[in-house]
Design a protein around this ligand. Structure first.
Ligand code: C2E
Ligand code: CA
Ligand code: CA
Length: 855
């Protein structure tokens, strides 16, 4: 029996312990083993609960009653706590040979008695490190004392139990530790891997597979270099070596993922140290691919911003919008340094002449946190300026709050100049540089819109160069262009501020003036312009004389639209042309508004009837030599004796006859009648009175006029030198060359030419020099004012003087008073005509002699 439970017998217990068998089984095996070695021993194991500081019955219950088990379970540690409590307390073997007498059992006697227990030996179970695990006790139903061998066995059992518990505890601790470690390793969101001493991957975590896309099998056993681009091997190798030397390493490294793409890791290498020896290397890698991408993007962005030719700036979102960033182009553009700019309010480039409208737009957009584009004039540090097209927009954070403003400035000065140039091209004439028609019309419209009563009226001078086309044709366009340029220059030099001159069309200029206060000043301007243009033009070797016809329109109540004023001045210009050019003409309402309702067809009929039915008559008004009072000649003045309306005066029907064209026939009739009448008169009275016949411009310009003239002379046998034809200045100048030809032919016939109404259209006599004329008739308007207006007297005097220098006879018509007659006589006027002497009257009333004026 002894042999059976020798050393070998505990080997099965060791095996159980070594196999991590459940502690209960091991302790039962120890109990059984001891009970077999010590006869009658009832083994009881109590384990110490550190938490409750009591002993808890672990095994041996089968030996006792339930009541007993309950009582001793949770036994306190301390003196007199039975054998076990005392053993645990004293940490020594306690032998209670007689429980009924043992003081340690004093409080449990009844229980022991009932349970029929006599003795107990208990040994504390203590670990190698001194930790109390519990007690190991043997009870006996008789009073016994252990032998040496018993004690040895007991100690052996206690040692086995302690070992089993200790190993179990340790294993539990280890397991817990490795679980913690493994969950840390496994579930860490960064890549974690372990390398052996050669750099082969031993294991990895879930994140590694997730991030790289490789399975664990694909990774395990591989050398780390398999995942790293070749150009980084050297760097990683040296980091690996350093880690093997026990030094932790940190670096960024690109690796390939399963798709062959590059991932960037922020990598930490740590040595794995076991038993104070490095056994491998841990790697912890954080995926920073997107961070790097952002960083790279940011780098690119910064490079882009830095390299942008446009000035870029960022301001904060404060009210002053302080500059926090500017790119080099901004500094280049403005000439400031970064230190000078940062911290400034972003309006620091603006000057005194900032476009307020644009600034308001900008401010509004800033308030509304909207993007805006404005054009501003920006000043550089050196005071120079540039046009900046500024695009400003808010920079928002994740919550949509504006944190900054981003501004992009583009220097559009060149573009602006170009635009202005184009704009100028559109609105200006390339040749003269003057505003063109479009610009003039716009200006006229705006001027009329802003015009009001307190301002002087606007006057439009429409200037058309006379005969410019033939000049162009004969001298060539280049010369023509030069002349136009010179004309523009002369006119421009004459302008004062506020005047607006344009080249309206080819050889037509329009001048708008606000200022000339009365008609006299307006006329003075027109005269001045004519004078300016009459001065010799020198182009290359050509010397060119020019004249112009000026139409004048004044802004008055009749003007509704700007086009009205333009129309009126153009109309007046055409009138001026009709009057013989080189003159000006004001627009006259009466001129133009010949009642359009007149039934011309009816009138034509009436006029023809008047001719046929001899309703016309010719009256004669004498022209008197003032010093002698003798009649030198007469003027033939037509009269219409209308059967219903009575006498109709020529002022009324001549213009109408001109419109219907019947003036030609009527004029021819007057011519015949006058020549016949005077020829007869002269013959009868042995006189050589002259007869002046008014010739309408239309009649004069007609082919056949000369023939008619010849015919009349033949018919009447009136000596041609006694016939004078009266034409207005306008006739002479309209159709210039041809008129001169006709006049020459008229003169060749011996007939004389008189300029009627002289002084109304044109004040310069110089042009008459080259014309074959013999007489001028001062307009009645001069004579009217003569004695009351010194200026008119002076004009008349100078006209008379000049006319005499040119060998022209001067007639004053409309002489109504002696005063006028006397003055005119004193001034040297050759002949006088007017009511003072005689009214027009039938030939039969003609007297030959009137009052002679005293010198
Ligand atoms: P005119 O050629 O200037 O003729 C002179 C006008 O002055 C005439 O008017 C004459 O009666 C008027 N007159 C003469 N002395 C005085 C005076 O002292 N005071 C005033 N207030 N008036 C005076 P009349 O006869 O009514 O003729 C008007 C115009 O009709 C003429 O102006 C002429 O242009 C045109 N006319 C007259 N007869 C003819 C004609 O046979 N053929 C053409 N083509 N036109 C004619
Ligand atoms: Ca006349
Ligand atoms: Ca007249």
């Amino acid at each position: 029996m002894e042999k059976k439970y020798d050393d070998q017998d505990t080997s099965h217990i060791f095996n159980l312990i070594g196999q991590y068998t459940d502690l209960t089984l091991i302790l039962n095996a120890v109990s059984e083993w001891l009970e077999s070695r010590i006869p009658h021993a009832l083994v009881t194991i109590m384990l110490y609960s550190e938490q409750e500081q009591v002993l808890k019955l672990f095994s041996g219950q089968k030996h006792f009653s339930d009541q007993y088990c309950t009582t001793i379970d949770g036994l306190k540690i301390g003196p007199h706590q039975g054998t076990c409590g005392t053993a645990a307390f004293s940490r020594k073997l306690v032998v209670s040979s007689n429980l009924m007498e043992d003081p340690n059992w004093a409080s449990y006697r009844a229980l022991v008695d009932a349970e029929q227990l006599a003795s107990c030996w208990s040994a504390p179970i203590i670990s190698a490190t001194g930790i109390l695990y519990g007690t190991f006790a043997t009870y006996y139903r008789s009073s016994t004392i252990p032998t040496e061998a018993n004690i040895k066995l007991l100690q052996q059992a206690v040692a086995l139990v302690a070992l089993a518990i200790e190993l179990k505890d340790e294993r539990q601790k280890r397991l817990a530790m490795s679980e913690k470690y493994s969950s840390f390793y496994t579930y860490h969101p960064d890549i974690i891997f372990e390398l052996d001493m050669q750099g082969h991957i031993l294991n990895t975590n879930i994140a590694c597979c997730k991030i790289t896309g490789f399975s664990e099998e694909q990774i395990q056993g591989q050398h780390y270099c398999a995942f790293i681009p070749a150009e980084y091997h050297e760097m990683v190798n040296s980091a690996f070596e350093d880690a093997l030397q026990g030094k932790a390493q940190y670096y960024e490294i690109p690796i390939y993922n399963a798709s062959g793409e590059i991932l960037w890791l922020d990598l930490t290498n740590l040595p794995v140290i076991q038993n104070q020896k490095v056994t491998g290397v841990f790697g912890i890698g954080r995926d920073i691919t997107s961070r790097r991408k952002n960083k790279e993007n940011l780098r690119l962005l910064k490079r882009g911003v830095d390299a942008s030719p446009n000035g870029i700036f960022i301001t904060d979102a404060s009210e002053e919008m302080l500059m926090v960033y500017v790119n080099p182009a901004f500094l280049n553009l403005t000439g400031y340094t970064e230190q000078e700019v940062i911290g400034q309010s972003c309006n620091f480039l603006q000057g005194f002449d900032t476009d307020l409208e644009q600034i308001l737009l900008l401010k509004q957009a800033v308030i509304e946190r909207k993007e805006i584009q404005v054009t501003l004039k920006n000043y550089c540090k050196d005071g120079s300026w540039f046009w900046s097209r500024l695009t400003l927009g808010p920079v928002l954070d994740k919550e949509g709050k504006c944190t900054h403003f981003l501004g992009i400035q583009e220097d559009i000065t060149q573009q602006r100049i170009h635009e202005e140039y184009i704009e100028h091209q559109h609105s200006h004439d390339y040749l003269t540089g003057l505003p063109n028609q479009k610009a003039f019309e716009l200006f006229l419209e705006q001027s009329l819109e802003t015009q009001h009563d307190s301002l002087p009226p606007l006057t439009l001078f429409y200037i058309d160069l006379d005969d410019f086309k033939s000049l162009n044709d004969s001298l060539g366009h280049q010369v023509g262009d030069q002349i136009l340029k010179s004309v523009a220059e002369r006119l421009q030099n004459f302008l004062t501020e506020g005047d607006f001159l344009s080249r309206f069309a080819e050889d037509e200029f329009a001048l708008l003036m606000s200022g000339p206060p009365d008609q006299k000043s307006v006329i003075a301007v027109a005269e001045k312009i004519l004078d300016l243009l009459s001065q010799l033009f020198q182009v290359d070797h050509h010397q060119i004389h020019l004249s112009a016809s000026i139409g004048i329109g004044v802004n008055n109540a009749s003007i509704q639209r700007s086009s009205d004023l333009l129309y009126q001045s153009v109309w007046a210009m055409k009138e001026a042309k009709k009057q013989g050019r080189n003159t000006w003409q004001c627009y006259k309402e009466s001129h133009h508004n010949v009642s359009p309702e007149i039934d011309y067809a009816h009138l034509r009929l009436e006029l023809r009837e008047a001719i046929q039915k001899k309703q016309f008559n010719v009256f004669y008004q004498p022209l008197i030599h003032p010093s002698t009072g003798r009649v030198k000649g007469v003027e033939a003045l037509i009269r219409w004796c209308h059967p219903e309306r009575g006498y109709i005066f020529p002022d009324v029907f001549i213009p109408l006859a001109e419109r219907t064209g019947q003036i030609v026939a009527i004029g021819q009739w007057v011519l015949e009648k006058a020549c016949l009448d005077i020829a007869a008169w002269n013959q009868q009275h042995s006189t050589d009175l002259t007869v002046s016949v008014n010739i309408s411009p239309l009649q004069f310009g007609r082919t056949g006029f000369l023939e008619g003239l010849k015919h009349v002379l033949e018919l009447s046998q009136l000596p041609p030198e006694l016939l004078k034809i009266e034409i207005t200045e306008g006739v002479i100048i309209t159709g210039a060359e041809r008129t001169v030809e006709i006049l020459k032919s008229v003169r060749a016939l011996g007939v004389q030419v008189s300029i009627d109404d002289f002084g109304t259209g044109y004040s310069s006599l110089s042009y008459l020099r080259r014309l074959p004329i013999s007489q001028i008739k001062l307009d009645r308007s001069f004579i009217e004012e003569l004695t009351i207006n010194n200026q008119d007297a002076a004009i008349v005097q100078s006209i008379i003087n000049l006319a005499h220098q040119l060998n022209l006879e001067v007639v004053a018509e409309g002489v109504e008073t002696l005063k006028q007659a006397s003055l005119l006589y004193q001034q040297g006027c050759d002949l006088l005509q007017g009511y003072f002497y005689a009214k027009p009257a039938p030939i039969t009333d003609l007297k030959l002699i009137y009052t002679a004026l005293e010198n």
